[in-house]
Design a binder for this molecule. Structure first.
Ligand SMILES: Nc1ncnc2c1ncn2[C@@H]1O[C@H](COP(=O)(O)OP(=O)(O)OP(=O)(O)O)[C@@H](O)[C@H]1O
Ligand SMILES: [Mg+2]
Length: 468
């Protein structure tokens, strides 16, 4: 908020007094100084949105005073007061950045009007700065939602790599936001004015992909009727995003490696070397390491593309982000819905519970689809369980405590074998506990032979005496 503090500088005591009385009556807080030096000192202690200063004064003149104050508080606006004789210099003062001027003698209304207008102007400027700050932040990361620990780590890395030129590999299951992050890196980098070009490496057959990437010369192949620029050329100065990089053929991998090493390439059917300045961001939802082992991904290329890797966590490992994402997608999709009933929908708490319990194999993309579908299906202002696809209602029930007591609500990355072991160990421990450490009674109760029971206890390091 802009305050109503005004600093008045004038070497005439009468002028100081009458301005203080006039402005004070209007509720402004007024401080007085009789020369430039004193004014600068006062402005060092507190910020004045408005400076009213005489132009001609002994020592520092009004403009020098203003310049010095502005250094400390750039938002301060100056209103210059001047005698008739120096009107020309008052106009010059405006040119140099003063906000307005008043010629002596002026009417009380004139100065009040000018002050009010200056304050309004300042309010606008301040709101604008605030707004721009907000927009800047929005542009940056506001469309990447997540407050969980794993997402915080992602944000930190993204911030770091964005300002550098480093080659980034984004890893993560399908729908975790790899492309979203790739764009965020580009639009927060020094290359943001240049293009971001995304290419899905798996979508095209090898020859077509190569002619897309490298371009071709006229007559390079049947149908090449004229020369065509490749995407590497189009993206020059900007960022090229190679999605599903594991799907590149070995021969295209070799060619890409050369582009990365030399920052130059030839069009298909051409001999001319084309120089480019590119930043590469690539993405994969498969692990590249096994692909290197089985020979389908070149190791040298792996080191080139994987200078910094950022792993996007699957949604099931950051369930605390589910409600945030749901709210985000509700807002996003209700905004483009014109039906009155589709506006301002809420999600019932039980429904949110189901959404949080689900394991989301399709990650954020799947959640977005589910929310969009629910908005369309629900006829009331509340989204209920019935608006969710059956696998979410069903699956979540399977995972809920009521059906299988003691079942963990997150599967984590357990193998079947490990999950089974965990279960058996807990089950046996509880059964022994219930029977106060009595092995015979326990084995009778759970209908497991004593021999078998002892074997199990040995393999799980269960000591019945400690369980009694
Ligand atoms: N953290 C997030 N916040 C908001 N929206 C997200 C987030 N992550 C993903 N999305 C949205 O989910 C959808 C899928 O994201 P994106 O295309 O970036 O995933 P991806 O990892 O590239 O998936 P794929 O491997 O299938 O190409 C997009 O609509 C994207 O806007
Ligand atoms: Mg993608």
């Amino acid at each position: 908020m802009v305050s109503g503090k005004i600093l008045v500088v004038d070497d005439e005591e009468n002028m100081q007094k009458s301005l203080k009385a006039l402005l004070g009556r209007e509720g402004y807080e007024v401080k007085l100084a009789s020369n430039g030096e004193e004014a600068i000192r006062l402005a060092g202690d507190e910020t004045f949105p408005i400076l009213i200063t005489d132009l001609r004064m002994d020592g520092m003149d009004g403009m020098d005073t203003y310049r010095a104050i502005k250094e400390q508080s750039p938002q301060t606006l100056a209103i210059i007061i001047t005698g008739h004789a120096s009107l020309k210099s008052a106009i010059e003062a405006i040119r140099l950045g003063a906000y307005d001027y008043l010629v002596k003698p002026f009417k009380p209304d004139e100065i009040l009007f000018t002050v009010r207008r200056a304050l309004e102007h300042q309010q606008l400027v301040e709101e604008n700065v605030h707004l721009q700050g907000e927009l800047g932040e929005k542009f940056r990361f506001a469309n990447i939602i997540g407050k969980s620990g794993p997402m915080e780590e992602v944000f930190q890395l993204v911030r770091k790599v964005a300002v550098s030129n480093v080659t980034v590999l984004l890893r993560g299951e399908s729908g975790t936001g790899k492309e979203l992050v790739a764009r965020a890196i580009h639009y927060n980098s020094r290359r943001s004015e240049k293009r971001f070009i995304g290419v899905s490496c798996g979508a095209l057959p090898e020859t077509l992909l190569e002619s897309e990437l490298f371009g071709y010369e006229k007559g390079a192949f049947t149908g090449a009727l004229k020369r065509k620029q490749g995407l590497f050329e189009v993206a020059d100065g900007g960022t090229i995003f190679l999605d599903e990089i594991a799907d590149l053929s070995l021969s295209t991998q070799m060619k890409l490696l050369r582009v990365l090493q030399e920052q130059e390439f030839q069009r298909v059917g051409g001999t001319e070397l084309i120089k480019v300045n590119l930043r590469l961001i690539s993405a994969t939802n498969k692990d590249l390491e096994p692909a290197i082992k089985d020979g389908s991904f070149r190791e040298e290329l792996y080191y080139r593309v994987n200078v910094v890797s950022i792993s996007l966590p699957p949604l099931r490992e950051r369930k605390e982000d589910v409600p945030l994402l749901v709210r985000h997608f509700l807002k996003k999709h209700q905004a483009d819905n014109t039906k009155e009933c589709c506006k301002r929908k809420k999600v019932a708490p039980e429904t949110m519970g189901l959404l949080m319990a689900y394991h989301w194999p399709g990650n954020v993309r799947q959640l977005e689809n589910v929310v969009e579908r629910a908005i369309a299906l629900s006829n009331s202002s509340v989204i209920s369980e019935n608006d969710l696809p059956s696998q979410i209602r069903h699956n979540s029930q399977l995972l809920s405590d009521e059906l299988i007591p003691g079942f963990p609500d997150q599967l984590g990355n357990l193998t079947f074998q490990k999950a089974r072991e965990n279960f058996e160990k807990q089950f046996l421990q509880r059964a022994i506990l219930k029977n106060r450490g009595n092995v015979s009674a326990t084995s009778r109760e759970i209908k497991l032979s004593r021999r078998h029971f002892y074997e199990k206890m040995k393999s799980y390091h269960i000591d019945p005496r400690k369980t009694s």
